[in-house]
Ligand binder design. Structure first.
Ligand code: HEC
Length: 119
């Protein structure tokens, strides 16, 4: 029946939304561990950390400690040159996503400069 379908959908949709929002509040929105340089006062670092949280944290970890093989980056500036870091972000590979079509040049530069300072 048409009327029945309308009312049940109207009831279910807000209920599903409420569940999703509740899930977000407890886990999705916040990370349990503090994120590296989260409290920096340098605007470039702040911007890089925001990008990091959205794009990289899931694999590289809140403290750059790495969540899987070869993803530790807390001293990446000592082992890779800024160009090598930038190329890795651009092209990915070996389990890493390529970001050349996902982030702007400016965003990649912010991330590169920030990571290159990790020595
Ligand atoms: C899907 C998981 C994943 C995501 C998301 C990810 N990476 Fe990676 N990243 C990896 C893996 C795996 C490696 C190791 C690849 C290798 O050994 O060549 C890596 C390597 C790197 C390296 C080289 C580290 C080294 O010491 O050689 C840099 C720099 C890097 N990632 C930066 C980033 C940045 C910046 C972001 C976010 C824009 C990001 N990654 C997002 C998985 C990921």
């Amino acid at each position: 029946m048409d009327l029945f379908r309308k009312t049940s959908a109207g009831f279910l949709l807000p209920a599903a939304l409420a569940v999703m929002l509740a899930a977000c509040g407890t886990s999705g929105g916040k990370t349990a561990q503090p994120v590296v340089d989260e409290n920096s006062t340098d605007p470039n670092v702040q911007a890089a950390v925001e990008l990091y949280k959205k794009n990289c944290l899931v694999c590289h970890g809140p403290q750059l400690e790495g969540k899987m093989a070869n993803t530790k980056m807390d001293k990446v500036g000592a082992t890779l040159t800024p160009d090598e870091i930038k190329n890795k972000i651009l092209h990915g590979g070996n389990g890493m996503i390529a970001y050349k079509d996902r982030l702007s040049e400016d965003e990649i530069k912010l991330l590169t400069d920030w990571l290159a300072s990790k020595k």
